[in-house]
Design a protein. Structure first.
Length: 418
């Protein structure tokens, strides 16, 4: 078992190149199954979720080859199975995109129910409703999602919640559906747009991604293509919040600043100085940041995936901050771990109240999920003394060796094996 050990140090300084977006990559890789051809996907992050997905794709009959560390060639011509029941995808949330891709191409899919981080109940009813509207019979049976259709036909689908997963999944499945599919109340996250752009490169006809209404005109064939994944909004935000929390100065490069607007706005409100260019942002923190209130929302609101890192930052702000988590019903499980570092946070349902200006001290803590792990890294950097973080496997699911980038910024952080 691996641990991350941090000797707290303020004032991280330097530049970080942000990797390709995890949540775009885990949608685009399964979407390649829909094409029955060769796709080359570039700017992939080298993280555990990608390794697990590539394993699943290979077992389905795709030929997957890493051309280099961040570029993957997928030849899905010879897919031989519509059943994905592999151990490798048990911990993945994004395994559900294989349902959309296999159902769209073969009219049938059987995929293990998704895993992923535990933020309370994470239903997939909107995915199923969408597939059913396209004409599929969908059931959950023995822990698997089973979907089957003699033919998929375009439909008008109104999502009850603007779910990222349901929007992308229905979009992928409906690429071959006869006629036009309309998804209303669609999610607008950057990775929804990225997946739509990828499908369009292959010959799909998807319009409106990034707005509330997405229209997909069915086609009879997708060809292969090359695609470069967008930068990771959440990795970028993690380093921006690290700059603020450690009162340092960090430039995040290879990013799309527009995707960061909600984060930049909060950091400015707290008193950080930000400089923005076409593909970079520099964040300069200070020792006297103001407390703020934050409400997580679907894009373009403040991302729920940065909520734990923001909570940690607010522990060192002057005054009391309130975070309201509106996306998930149980995303504060990590607070118990944060308290071990001396953070004063109380939670009531979806609301966390953070008493700022705490003196954090190092402790032995455990990552309870991916972004909670990132929050503990930030906490450890801010704390006096040594912090030891267990369950690093969660952090590795979404960050490519987070400790190496932190080291380049001057952090005293290392990975150790037990
Ligand atoms: C994706 C991201 C995750 C992020 C989340 C919100 C991936 C692989 N994961 O997760 O990192 O935190 O978006 O930005 O991209 N819901 C339903 N029924 C459904 C689907 C969702 O009620 O069928 C609810 C969920 O319980 C949640 C809300 O909708 O309250 C948003 O979930 P959703 O956008 O679907 O999140 P994921 O796709 O699971």
């Amino acid at each position: 078992m691996e641990h991350i050990v941090i000797a707290g140090k303020r004032g991280l300084r330097g530049e970080v190149n942000i990797n390709g977006a995890k949540n775009a990559a885990v949608a685009i890789i399964p979407a390649a199954v829909a094409s029955a051809s060769v796709c080359v996907i570039d700017n992939l992050p080298h993280i555990e979720d990608i390794v697990s997905l590539v394993d699943a794709m290979t077992k389905l009959g795709c030929k997957c080859r890493f051309i280099n560390r961040n570029t993957l060639e997928i030849d899905s011509t010879g897919v031989t199975s519509v059943t994905a029941d592999f151990d490798s995808i048990k911990k993945l949330r994004a395994s559900y995109y294989l349902v959309g891709a296999l159902l769209g191409r073969f009219g049938e899919a059987q995929v293990l129910l998704p895993g992923g981080c535990n933020f309370g109940t994470r239903p997939i009813d909107q995915h199923m409703k969408g597939f059913e509207a396209l004409g599929a019979a969908v059931a959950i049976d023995h822990g698997m999602i089973k979907a089957k259709a003699a033919k998929l036909t375009g439909a008008h689908i109104y999502l009850d919640v603007a779910s990222v997963g349901a929007t992308i999944n229905i979009m992928i499945a409906s690429v071959y559906a006869e006629g036009t599919t309309v998804i209303e109340n669609a999610a607008k996250e950057p990775h929804v747009v990225d997946c739509a752009n990828f499908l369009n490169i292959l010959g799909a006809r998807v319009k409106g991604a990034g707005t509330d209404t997405i229209r997909i005109k069915g086609v009879t064939e997708l060809h292969g293509g090359e695609y470069t994944i967008i930068p990771d909004q959440i990795e970028c935000g993690t380093f921006m919040l690290t700059a603020a929390a450690t009162a340092g100065e960090i430039t995040v490069r290879n990013i799309i600043p527009k995707h960061m607007d909600s984060v930049s706005a909060k950091l400015s409100e707290m008193g950080c100085k930000l400089t923005e260019g076409s593909d970079f942002i520099t964040v300069r923190g200070s020792d006297s940041l103001r407390a703020v209130n934050v409400k997580t929302m679907a894009y373009p609101g403040f991302p729920t995936d940065l909520q734990p890192q923001m909570t940690t930052l607010l522990c060192s702000a002057n005054g009391t901050s309130i975070i309201t988590e509106t996306v998930f019903d149980n995303r504060y499980q990590y607070i118990t771990e944060l308290r071990r570092l001396g953070c004063q946070v109380t939670v009531d349902g979806r609301i966390a109240v953070i008493e700022g200006h705490n003196r954090l001290t190092g402790a032995s803590v455990t990552a309870t999920d991916l972004r909670a792990g990132a929050a503990l890294v930030i906490g450890g950097l801010c704390a006096e003394g040594v912090t030891d973080i267990g369950n690093v496997k969660y952090i590795d699911r979404g960050y490519e060796r987070i400790e190496l980038n932190m080291q380049r910024l001057g952090a005293d952080i290392k990975r150790v094996s037990e």
